[in-house]
Design a binder for this molecule. Structure first.
Ligand code: SF4
Ligand code: F3S
Length: 106
């Protein structure tokens, strides 16, 4: 399973959703998640993210482990997204900023 991690928050570029063959991305106000039971581990989305926010759950950077649970939880409540849309207004500015985990809106 692949996991969307912290650096997607406040960016939400959405390039990832366009390539997913099983449409398993779900959208919140300032973050996307992957449904762990639907992801087929194809890895197509990983290189598409301009924020490099997508990782295999086996290769998560240190400190990002909590996003396994966050993806699983929010994929059950947020709506599906399968078409790309404009990134958030401050996406380029927020890309790479630290401490974004606290800014996650549900
Ligand atoms: Fe979709 Fe493949 Fe990414 Fe899983 S790894 S979320 S199936 S594009
Ligand atoms: Fe987020 Fe990257 Fe997709 S910023 S919306 S995981 S392209």
């Amino acid at each position: 399973t692949f996991v969307v991690t912290e650096n997607c928050i406040q960016c939400k570029y959405t390039d990832c959703v366009e390539v997913c063959p099983v449409d398993c991305f779900y959208e919140g106000p300032n973050f996307l998640v992957i449904h762990p039971d639907e992801c087929i581990d194809c890895a197509l989305c990983e290189p598409e993210c301009p924020a490099e926010a997508i990782f295999s759950e086996d290769e998560l950077p240190e400190g990002q482990e909590k996003f396994i649970e966050i993806n699983a939880e929010l994929a059950e409540v947020w709506p599906n997204i399968s078409e790309r849309k404009d990134a958030l207004d401050d996406a380029d500015e927020m890309n790479g900023k630290e401490g974004k985990a606290d800014k996650l809106e549900r």
